[in-house]
Design a binder for this molecule. Structure first.
Ligand SMILES: [Ca+2]
Length: 70
């Protein structure tokens, strides 16, 4: 199962302009959700102009508690 997710990740990041993971919370796009992803979210929390790789997992343009709860 994990290998399948990583394969999906690898396929998606090759598509131009598409920088997000199939795995909710995977900010650094490494195929797992761990302390590194929390650190990304924590470093960018309350940032208003964010994207997936900054911790905006809900795609509302801000890094907030909604993203933390993912
Ligand atoms: Ca990750």
């Amino acid at each position: 199962m994990k290998k399948t997710r990583r394969m999906a990740y690898s396929r998606r990041i090759r598509e131009p302009g598409f920088m997000r993971s199939d795995l909710p919370g995977d900010a650094n796009l490494d195929g797992s959700v761990d302390a590194s992803d929390f650190n990304v979210w924590n470093s960018n929390r309350f940032r208003p102009d964010a994207g997936w790789c900054s911790g905006d997992f809900t795609s509302d343009g801000a890094v907030d508690v909604g993203d933390f709860n993912i």
